[in-house]
Design a protein around this ligand. Structure first.
Ligand SMILES: C[S@@+](CC[C@H](N)C(=O)[O-])C[C@H]1O[C@@H](n2cnc3c(N)ncnc32)[C@H](O)[C@@H]1O
Length: 208
């Protein structure tokens, strides 16, 4: 009973976040998007709030998201980045979704801090790795779960020392994400913790 009350309490606390953080237009975009999270596979509000907090705490300047969908999580990321003076690059291979995301970014006033790349993350990250020009201090991974290990091998050289990786669906898609979890857990350059959020989040900091 006590545990259930505690869980209810987390929901109550989560309920008043948007009013504190966002203007009315952004709040209404987010509330609208929360009605279709099942169709667009968005993170839940507590995960989004956690990402927003992390960006502000770390003072992130250059963030990368793999898996934009209709832009729900990216709005939370970008709102924090406006505060830190940072920018977001987000990758989505389904064109219909990146078009929707761009509409949502415009409506919620974050379009100017987001670079939307439409294409397969494997190809895009491969190209970024080859060019070795862009660096990131925050990477949020939320695309094809079986590809998490491939994304890691491609973006890893682009992550700054002290940079953070956050990966969603670590518990809900454990079998598919396991090769990535195993790799990062045994990698001496990373300090890692799995958090019991909605679908299970992996948080890792590049030490060296
Ligand atoms: C779980 S959804 C992302 C949800 C989004 N982060 C949010 O919370 O609002 C995953 C998205 O990744 C896209 N995706 C999957 N594999 C991809 C790939 N290899 N390259 C680019 N996008 C991919 C899917 O089309 C889907 O829209």
């Amino acid at each position: 009973m006590k545990f259930k009350e505690a869980l209810d309490f987390t929901k109550v606390v989560s309920g008043d976040k948007k009013e504190k953080l966002f203007d009315e237009e952004t709040q209404s975009v987010l509330v609208e998007l929360e009605k279709t999270t099942q169709d667009f596979w968005n993170v839940d509000e507590s995960t989004a709030n956690f990402l927003n907090l992390l960006i502000k705490i770390k003072g992130v300047k250059s963030a990368l998201e793999i898996g934009t969908s209709n832009g729900y999580s990216a709005i939370w990321l970008a709102k924090a980045l406006i505060e830190t003076g940072g920018k977001l690059t987000t990758i989505e291979f389904w064109e219909k979704r990146s078009v929707l995301a761009i509409e949502n970014f415009k409506k919620s006033g974050v379009f100017d801090v987001i670079n939307v790349i439409t294409g397969d993350a494997i190809d895009i990250l491969g190209e970024m790795k080859k060019l070795n020009k862009e660096k990131f201090d925050f990477i949020f991974v939320d695309a094809n779960k079986a590809e998490y290990i491939d994304y890691f091998n491609l973006y890893e050289p682009l992550l700054d020392k002290g940079g953070l990786i956050v990966a969603d669906n670590i518990v809900s898609h454990y079998k598919k994400t396991k090769p990535f979890i195993d790799e990062i857990m045994k990698n001496p350059n990373y300090q890692t913790q799995i958090l019991n959020f909605d679908a299970g989040i992996l948080l890792s900091r590049k030490v060296n």
